[in-house]
Design a protein around this ligand. Structure first.
Ligand code: HEC
Length: 167
C-alpha cells in the first residue's frame, strides 16, 4: 500500500514537472524581446507618478544607460537598457498620508541596439503586465504604439526620463 502511494506521488510530481516544462522559459514579447533579468540591481534614474492611472513608477538604468545619463552623451550606446516598473498606489497602513507602492502593475523595457531596432529609433520596446508578466501586444507592431509616444523626445534619443537631482 505504501509502495502504491509512493508510486502515485512520484507520478504526480513527474506530471507537474512535465506540465511546467511545457510553458517554456521566461515570458517573451511579440517582437522577440525576452523578459530582462537582473534589473532589480540597476540604479535609479528617477521616480515618477501618474495621478490619472494611480501609478507610482521607478525608472532604472543598467550601467551603460546610467553612464550616458550622467555624461549627457547622446545617442545612448548599444547595450543601454532602461526599465520602468509601475505599481498601483496605496496608503501606508501606519501613516495614510504617505502614498506607497501597492500591487505590482507592469514592467517595461527599452533596449538600445541601433541596427536591430532601426524602425523604432534604435530602441527595442517590451512590456510585461501583472504578476504573471504577461507579454503586451498582439504582434511585433505593438512597438509602434510605444515609439509614437516617445518619438517627440528625439532630442534626448527618445528617452523621457532624466536623472533626478540630488545634492
Ligand atoms: C502615451 C505615451 C506613452 C506610450 C504609448 C508609451 N510610453 Fe513609455 N514613457 C512615457 C512617458 C511619459 C515616460 C516617462 C516616465 C513616466 O511616465 O513615468 C515613459 C518612460 C518609459 C521608459 C523609461 C525611459 C524613458 O523614456 O523615460 C520605458 C522603458 C518605457 N517608457 C517603455 C515603454 C514601452 C515598452 C511602451 C510600449 C509598450 C511605452 N513605453 C509606451 C510615455 C509613453
Amino acid at each position: 500500500m505504501i509502495k502504491k502511494n509512493l508510486l502515485i506521488a512520484v507520478a504526480a510530481a513527474w506530471l507537474a514537472l512535465a506540465a511546467g516544462a511545457g510553458d517554456a522559459g521566461p515570458p517573451t514579447a511579440p517582437n522577440g524581446i525576452v523578459m530582462v533579468q537582473g534589473y532589480r540591481e540597476w540604479q535609479l534614474v528617477a521616480p515618477s507618478f501618474r495621478p490619472d492611472k494611480e501609478h507610482i513608477r521607478v525608472i532604472l538604468g543598467n550601467e551603460a544607460a546610467i553612464k550616458a545619463c550622467r555624461s549627457g552623451a547622446r545617442p545612448f550606446p548599444d547595450g543601454a537598457v532602461f526599465a520602468k516598473i509601475a505599481w498601483k498606489t496605496r496608503k501606508h497602513p501606519e501613516y495614510p498620508d504617505a502614498v506607497i507602492p501597492g500591487p505590482f502593475a507592469q514592467v517595461e523595457f527599452m533596449i538600445k541596439d541601433a541596427g536591430k531596432y532601426k524602425e523604432t529609433g534604435g530602441w527595442g520596446f517590451a512590456r510585461f503586465v501583472g504578476q504573471e508578466l504577461r507579454p503586451y501586444g498582439r504582434d511585433p507592431g505593438f512597438a509602434r504604439e510605444c515609439f509614437a509616444c516617445h518619438e517627440p523626445l528625439a532630442g534626448n534619443d527618445f528617452v523621457f526620463t532624466v536623472l533626478a537631482e540630488v545634492p
